[in-house]
Ligand binder design. Sequence first.
Ligand code: BGC
Length: 345
Amino acid sequence: MDASAPPAAPADKGLVGVVLPTKDEPRWLQDQAVFVKAGWTPLFSQGDSAKEKANVEALISQGIKVLIICPQDATAAAAAAAAAKAAGVKVISYDRLIRDTDAVDYYVTFDSMAVGAAWSEYLIKQAGDTKGNPLYIYTGAATDNNAFIFFEGAWEKIQPKIADGTFVIKNSAEAIALQGKATLTRDEESKIIGQTTTNWDFNTAKSLAEANLTKATTADKGTVYILAPNDGTARAIADAFAADKDVKKYFVTGQDAEKASVQYIIDGKQSMTVFKDVRTLAADAVAAANAFLAGTPPEKTTTYNNGKLDVPAKPSAIVTVTKDNVKAALIDSGYYQAGDFQNLQ
Ligand code: BGC
């Protein structure tokens, strides 16, 4: 990625620490690239909340005043946030919200409701006036608050189209049991996520898709519609559906505009992705850090409840990317280079 406009750094970079969840997903390498360009070296938790807490403690002992942290596990990270707060450090929850603690001062995020809505809108558009279309639902990790928000945004749009017979859910008895409800409680969302989770893991996504396909009848296949929660899992799920001889055509969603998925979109193997420009997110995080260092509250446009508190936040816009606008959205914006891809029109 060419992060041509790195976020402005605070006067003393040593006052701000950055902790990201894992190097094993290209999404977080995008964020890393932007921070590195601005002069930071983010620490990675590698999917381990204990390592995350150790990283935070190391930064506290180095004397940071602001912590920018994307939690590995929303609830487990509360302890790390509390340690930071106790040391007088301001805590900025980055992309994912830390839950069930009052030790979060600010939340920089994308509009995750809009991400889920974009998936459903895309699938609804493809289905047009047709009815009885098989729908397969996949979700993120139950430990990630975003997984709930993405699903909430998706459900809000697609539920009326399940109710009117456009789509027929094929892979979740819990979702089928709740399909008459326009709005779900968090507990109800938990039930559906419990049955459809990929845990943000490619192998889990692949195995679940294969298990779903093994159980499905030929009539449940043909042209299928798939809500997939991010690019890594979308590619794994798409590969599983593509390998099934009774699946004639599939539409599959995603998010993050990972390079591999952009290539899949160009090649017709993934239908869409949601571009979340991490240059904006990192810039917002740095602006918030600078505001805290200057002793003023960062810009707030809304709040997100984390189970304990309404956390001030400034969500940024997302962009739906299909084959039709790959170039305009991702190349012309300077996010990627044309040479990163093959057969780009
Ligand atoms: C992020 C996504 C990412 C997913 C898995 C979510 O919290 O918002 O961009 O794909 O985690 O890492």
